[in-house]
Design a binder for this molecule. Structure first.
Ligand SMILES: Cc1cc2nc3c(=O)[nH]c(=O)nc-3n(C[C@H](O)[C@H](O)[C@H](O)COP(=O)(O)O)c2cc1C
Length: 189
């Protein structure tokens, strides 16, 4: 059993999104579920060209890191998408990930079907509910059941490490990790 978390922050492994994803991962590791975080900040990503040449091939013609990330998503039982709020929406890196991998999947009989999805959002002040919803659109069109927590999966923080001061946000992530582990063990055994 394996969960792949994708961090859409420009700060990569040094930011708040990473802290939240690592916190979710604790509950998974307690149940012996493999957990990996990849950050988009150090990846080469382009926007979707809309050429449709991924149809029937399960890969994109563009020479960047999307095919390798798509392969990792195929191998995972659960996929977490984590994004900071940038101007009220997901980060541009996360949007590219969504458009590229989502389009490849939809053009190839949707291999994401049945994998469990979970969104994670963080902001300094506003936009977390919008990003929570935007990330869920990815799961909702891929026949992926979505995992929830004791509140919407979000936290508040501006500077790296600030989310650690958001006690409720951190608790939400801990509960999400436990709930995701339970869901995976029931649905994907
Ligand atoms: C380009 C940019 C745009 C941002 N836009 C918003 C915003 O619309 N609302 C908000 O509350 N915070 C906004 N922020 C703040 C980030 O969401 C916040 O610092 C968050 O903790 C970053 O997460 P990270 O450390 O994982 O990168 C923005 C930050 C950046 C760099």
């Amino acid at each position: 059993m394996k969960v792949l978390a994708i961090n859409g922050s420009a700060r990569g492994a040094k930011g708040n999104t990473q802290i939240l994803l690592e916190t979710v991962g604790k509950g998974l590791k307690e149940k012996k579920i493999d957990f990996e975080i990849i950050t988009l900040a150090d990846k080469k990503l382009n926007p979707c060209k809309g050429c449709g040449s991924c149809a029937g091939k399960r890969k994109c013609v563009q020479d960047d890191d999307i095919n390798a990330i798509f392969q990792k998503m195929l191998e995972a039982d659960g996929i977490i998408l984590g994004s900071p709020v940038y101007f009220g929406n997901v980060s541009s890196r996360m949007q590219m990930l969504i458009e590229r991998t989502g389009y490849i999947a939809r053009s190839n009989d949707n291999p994401f079907k049945g994998k469990v999805g979970a969104p994670v959002a963080v902001a300094r002040r506003a936009g977390t509910t919008f990003v929570y919803a935007a990330l869920n659109y990815f799961f909702g069109i891929a026949e992926m059941p979505i995992c929830t927590s004791s509140y919407w999966n979000m936290a508040i923080g501006r500077l790296p490490g600030d989310v650690l001061k958001d006690d409720e946000g951190m608790k939400i992530m801990e509960t999400l990790g436990k709930n995701l582990a339970d869901m995976l063990l029931k649905l994907r055994k």
